[in-house]
Each structure stands twice: as C-alpha cells, then as structure tokens.
Design a binder for this molecule. Structure first.
Ligand SMILES: Nc1ncnc2c1ncn2[C@@H]1O[C@H](COP(=O)(O)OP(=O)(O)OP(=O)(O)O)[C@@H](O)[C@H]1O
Length: 234
C-alpha cells in the first residue's frame, strides 16, 4: 500500500528523515517509535504531503503523494490540533468533515455512536467551541474526525497524548477493531511502549531519521527488545 523510497528531509544540518526503502502493506497496524527528534512527525508530514522532501518519494496505492491529491479520498490523519477548526463546535466540525466526504448528518451521527464511551459525554451536545476544549478532548475530536469517513489509511501522531488512562484504553480497542473490521492500514507513533506493543503487530524503530529496526510483534514479543533499546529500568 505504501512505498517509501529514498526519502530524505533535512532541516539545515539536521537529518530529520533518511529512509532508503520501506514498505507498509494494506492492513498493517504499524507503530512508529523513537526518541524525541527521531523523525516520526516529519515522516508523517512527508507522507501527508505537508512537507516537501529534499529527495525521494512516498507512494500510496501507486500515487506519489506530492504529485496528485487522489490519496486524500482514502486517507484520514490527525497530527496536531492545527488540523482542527477552533471556531466550530465539535458537531459542526464533524459535519463539515463528513460533508467533505459526502456523508449526510444522519450518517455522521451514526458513525459517532461507537465513540460515545470515548467522548465520555464531554465532546458533543455542549455547544462549546473547539478552542475552549481541553487538550485531551481536542485530541479526541481530532482522532474521531480522522476516522469518520472510514479511511483505508489512518495516520495518527501520538494518539494517546493528553488522554486519561481509561480513554487510552478505549482508543486502543477502537483502533484495533477499526484495523481488523475495515482491513485498514493504521499507523501510529507513540512514546508509550506498552500501548504500542499492545496494539501494533509491526513496529518500526526510528533513530536519527533512519528506520533501524522493523520488528514483528506477536503477543507483545517486541516489549523486551524495545525496553532494552530505550533502556527502560524495571
Ligand atoms: N520545522 C522544523 N524546523 C527545523 N527543524 C525541525 C523542524 N521540524 C523538525 N525539525 C527537526 O527534525 C528532527 C525530527 O523532528 P520530529 O519532530 O520529526 O521528531 P519526532 O520523532 O516526532 O520527535 P518527538 O518524539 O519529540 O515528537 C528534530 O531534530 C527536529 O528538531
């Protein structure tokens, strides 16, 4: 589904991404891990054509993301709250996103139902503008809006950030279910090793912009290797 080829992005002297070749298959649930500054967000931005690569390309379903807009129809992403529209209420924002993908209001309402526990009564029905929501609730609004049109490819940067423990657990289950039920490709980045090994059967470890390990994770088998890499004390 995704081919990353000779992809390079530098910021001045700093190498942010330098990936010779990497393939992500349709239906993969991939976790991207790495220390601060390893290049996770930059890689996502390149995949979503939010940044221009210095060299190389990202191909999604035979489409070079920098050459055509066609990949946008089947891609959903939430990188940061810059994706949100502050002066709308969450409902207005969800309907707006739905409209972009040809969804009627009733369809949007139906698709919000599985997120009810995740929203915990705080996201809709409050007539509150997105700008007045907490960081955790903004994160929830962003994740839900990225999933509303049932994208074949879902990219989420740090989806567990700002969420309380019970919301983290709920979104883990929702993402796993989404990946299985829609055979969607789901790519998340996270600093939370436990969550990553819980939900991702494949994990890419990024160091100074390079994918240094491509780990198959069965029944949390990657946990020891990742803990050793990150030097996590018992
Ligand atoms: N707009 C920018 N201008 C200059 N340098 C940048 C810019 N964006 C990223 N960088 C640099 O590129 C490198 C990769 O950053 P990136 O944000 O992609 O890492 P990350 O793995 O997402 O980090 P974190 O875990 O801290 O979110 C870092 O050294 C960062 O300082």
């Amino acid at each position: 589904m995704i081919t990353i080829d000779k992809l390079k992005k530098n910021f001045g002297e700093k190498v942010a991404v330098d990936i010779e070749h990497y393939e992500i298959n349709q239906g993969d649930m991939l976790g991207l891990v790495g220390n601060n500054g390893a290049g996770k967000t930059t890689l996502f931005r390149l995949m979503l054509d939010l940044l221009k690569a210095d060299d190389g390309k990202v191909i999604i379903n035979d489409i070079d993301v920098s050459q055509s807009e066609d990949w946008k129809a089947f891609t959903g992403a939430f990188i940061d709250d810059g994706f949100l529209i502050d002066y709308l209420t969450p409902e207005e924002y969800f309907y707006f996103i739905g409209k972009m993908y040809g969804l009627k209001k009733e369809e949007v309402d139906e698709r919000l139902v599985p997120f009810e526990r995740f929203m915990n009564g705080e996201v809709i029905g409050n007539k509150k503008l997105i700008r007045n929501y907490s960081a955790g609730n903004k994160q929830k609004i962003g994740i839900i809006s990225a999933m509303l049109h049932y994208p074949q490819l879902l990219i989420l940067d740090e989806p567990f950030n700002f969420l309380d423990p019970s919301s983290q657990s709920i979104i883990k289950h929702l993402l796993k279910k989404y990946n299985e039920e829609h055979q969607a490709t789901v790519i998340i980045s996270s600093h939370n090793l436990n969550h990553t090994v819980d939900v991702c059967p494949r994990i890419a470890l990024l160091e100074y912009g390079i994918i240094i390990r491509d780990i198959i994770n069965e029944d949390n088998s990657a946990e020891t290797e990742l803990e050793a890499y990150f030097n996590v004390e018992e």
